[in-house]
Design a protein around this ligand. Structure first.
Ligand code: TXA
Ligand code: MG
Length: 320
């Protein structure tokens, strides 16, 4: 079992000694290590069984702290950083030589972000190095949004979980970079596209390219529960499965389904608030994955605002 607490001094010591610590962010919990220490970075990949072709995001305390880590700071992306950091935005920028090749999987760019969580910002400000941190889940599983989620799966493999409570945004950061003069979104996430376009003008969304996963968060079968996950029209699916006598669990935005016991259903947001739905998404998926049903039935949300990023997670959960 990992120790769970809010001892920043202890976290700093562990991290300075090359060990890993789970850290809270506003999006999901991260599995953090010294981004400039190849041994610590290798331990991150080993701990979550992550293939080394899937690069890591580097976390810093504030915008100015990216200067030694990158070779260029393109103006449109810096406007995004100035507006949305700390926040659920990751930028892909040309990597400086100090970034270990393992962090970027040998790619030319490094992913950087300033997370919006007071404890983690304090920790980052106290360190002499940035933190590489992927989501703190075994590769391919649902990302953790509470210390209990991290403990359940990685507790035996790490010494400490910094307890920052439940993650407020609840889905991973939006990943943005540039190709020539075009701003490109590589992963839909906690910062809606519309907010980005208000700063940069029209963006290109490449979040669905599976042939060439420039961001393996793009891999089809990601965020997957162990229980078969079926997406469709719940008004049809639920009666169908019930008629066949199947043991089902149901994930919806706001539907009641009186015929289904409370322990086998979750509403992401009874008031149809998409931010609340994002906050609840991964905890509800995890809960239903362990409630004993043979299949989880779910439906897509409105394809607008955060609904796009939530639907992206639902589609990937249904893929495998
Ligand atoms: O909200 C988040 O982004 C969370 C918290 C902990 O910060 N982190 C997170 O990390 O979701 P992870 O490792 O689960 O997803 C990072 C994504 C991966 O799909 C990875 O491929 C992409 O970012 N990425 C990282 N570095 C990259 C690079 N150099 N080039 C292209 N894609 C990169
Ligand atoms: Mg992840």
């Amino acid at each position: 079992m990992a120790e769970i607490g809010n001892d920043l001094v202890k976290c700093r010591k562990l991290l300075a000694a090359g060990q890993l610590v789970a850290i809270p962010t506003e999006t999901v919990y991260g599995l953090a290590g010294n981004a400039l220490d190849p041994t610590a970075v290798a331990a991150i990949f080993a701990t979550k069984n992550r293939p080394t072709f899937d690069p890591l995001i580097v976390h810093v305390a504030h915008l100015e702290a990216i200067a030694p880590l990158v070779r260029e700071q393109p103006e449109p992306l810096m406007r995004l950083a100035a507006r949305f950091w700390p926040g659920p935005l990751t930028l892909l920028l040309p990597a400086a030589d100090c970034i270990p090749g393992l962090v970027t999987s040998g790619l030319p760019r490094v992913a950087v972000r300033v997370p919006n969580h007071p404890l983690t910002l304090k920790l980052l400000a106290s360190l002499e190095f940035p933190l590489a941190a992927p989501s703190a889940n075994p590769f391919g599983y649902i990302s953790p949004t509470s210390p209990a989620h991290v403990e359940a799966q990685l507790g035996k493999r790490i010494p400490y979980i910094l307890d920052g409570g439940q993650c407020k945004v609840g889905i991973e950061s939006t990943i943005v970079g540039m190709e020539d003069d075009q701003v490109v979104v590589y992963r839909l996430g906690g910062l809606p596209i519309d907010d980005i376009q208000q700063i940069t003008g029209p963006v290109e969304v490449q979040a669905h390219s599976n042939s060439n996963p420039r961001a393996p968060g793009q891999l089809d079968s990601h965020y997957a529960p162990r229980t078969p996950f079926v997406l469709g029209n719940l008004e049809e699916l639920v009666p169908d499965y019930l008629a066949r006598g199947e043991s089902i669990a149901v994930l919806s935005l706001d539907r009641e389904f009186a015929a289904i016991e409370p322990a086998a259903k979750r509403q992401l947001s009874p008031t149809r608030n998409l931010a609340e739905a994002a906050t609840n998404l991964f905890a509800d998926m995890r809960y239903l994955d362990t409630c004993g049903a043979r299949v989880i039935l779910a439906e897509l949300l409105p394809e607008e605002g955060l609904g796009r990023a939530i639907n992206d997670r639902l589609r990937r959960a249904a893929h495998s």
